[in-house]
Design a protein around this ligand. Structure first.
Ligand code: NDP
Length: 363
């Protein structure tokens, strides 16, 4: 092998030569500042995870209530100057401690706050689903591109060890070629007044919120894009919870390799699992996409055994936050950029169309 300067750089040999050591040392130590927008349930899951980050810290909080922002600020070490309301949000452009805005608002607000964050010169992490519609998702991508901002969607499972291992197994020859994927996600939704049941704020029902995990799993396990989709919806419109959005919507995706994915999405019962069935066995994940405790079992040669994932050394949340920070520092594209969220939004719209018109929709 010829050893030129480029190969030394990629081999890490440059460190001993001291050619770029200061820049590397600086980025290895650097922690980019995140502003968390919307202090709800999921922000409560994310905020403590900054403690495990190597490249990320929380430097600002945005809330409808300054009192709430102050309480959170005291808990997470954010000073008064880093606290904003939705009205003062745009002045975040003047805060040099904020590099990335993390939008953890109801789905119907993702578009507005992503566009405003990009206009304020910040990079953006946006929660799933990316937006209420594919058209909004396209505008978010365009706004971030125009501003030179990175845009990443909070698809945490791509950073979770069990899911990473399931992807590896599904795409290897270990179980033979994959034939069938089944993926089920759902929970029994409560309070009928919550935003998840309001069409303007949620964009749709279970599919937008929890069924999207079944869709994501089918796509990341195969590494392919579906070519067609069919779907069946079942919603009791007399149930006060489902006046505006769907309850259950099951869908089937066909992939170019011939894999078929059967997916469940529901607000009526608890599901969190997927199974990859190959010609030589299967891999089962349950819980599959939970915050913690995901578990894999593998069946081959007539035996079913636990299949632990290799330790990744970092939890899925901190790994996700650090990934975007590193993408910003190295000017590289996130694993789950805005385009990935847009692909899901386009398929979600096709699923709704297929259910509505009771036909197979070609993608
Ligand atoms: P919550 O209702 O718990 O929190 C949303 C927060 O948004 C509120 O607490 C409030 O914060 C703010 N908000 C501003 N305007 C409104 C409004 N009109 N109605 C309600 N809230 C408002 O929701 P979640 O935290 O569960 O969900 C937020 C986002 O995160 C969603 O897009 C959801 O899909 C996503 N999510 C992702 C998960 C994942 O695992 N990736 C898990 C759970 C949610 P404040 O009082 O500070 O203004």
């Amino acid at each position: 092998m010829t050893t030129n300067r480029r190969s030394l750089l990629t081999m890490g040999g440059v460190l001993s030569l001291g050619l770029t050591q200061p820049a590397r040392a600086q980025s290895a130590d650097r922690r980019l500042g995140y502003a968390i927008v919307g202090l709800g349930q999921y922000a409560d899951v994310i905020l403590p995870r900054f403690a495990d980050c190597r490249h990320s810290r929380v430097t600002a909080l945005v809330s409808g209530s300054m009192d709430k922002a102050r309480q959170y600020g005291a808990r997470y070490g954010v000073p008064e100057g880093g606290l904003y309301t939705y009205e003062t949000f745009d002045t975040i452009r003047n805060n040099p401690d904020v590099d990335i805005v993390y939008v953890i608002l109801p789905n119907g607000m993702h578009h507005e706050y992503t566009v405003r964050a990009a206009a304020a010169g910040k990079h953006v992490m946006c929660e799933k689903p990316m937006a209420n519609t594919a058209a909004e998702a396209e505008q978010m991508i365009a706004a971030c591109r125009a501003a030179g901002s990175k845009l990443m969607i909070g698809y945490r499972c791509r950073f979770e060890p069990s899911n990473r291992e399931a992807i590896r197994v599904a795409r290897s020859a270990e179980l033979g070629p994959t034939r069938i994927i089944t993926a089920e996600h759902g929970f029994n939704i409560g309070d009928p007044t919550q935003w998840r049941l309001n069409r303007a704020l949620a964009g749709g029902g279970s599919l937008m919120d929890i069924g999207i995990y079944s869709l994501q799993a089918a796509r990341y396990l195969t590494g392919e894009e579906p070519v067609s989709v069919s779907a069946v919806e079942s919603t009791d419109r007399s149930d006060i919870r489902f006046r505006e959005v769907e309850d259950t919507i099951n869908f089937q995706l066909s992939f170019p390799s011939g894999v078929i994915a059967d997916c469940v999405s529901t607000y009526g019962s608890h599901h969190n699992r997927y199974r990859i069935v190959g010609t030589q066995g299967w891999l089962d994940a349950e819980s599959a996409t939970a915050y913690e405790g995901n578990r894999l079992r593998l069946h081959r040669d007539g035996r079913t055994i636990d299949h632990p994932a290799p330790d990744a050394g970092q939890n899925q949340f901190s790994a996700m936050l650090d990934h975007l920070s590193q993408c910003v520092m190295t000017d590289s594209e996130p694993l789950v950029a805005g385009e990935e969220g847009l692909r899901d939004m386009r398929i979600i719209e096709a699923i709704y169309l297929a259910a509505r018109e009771r036909r197979t929709v070609m993608l």
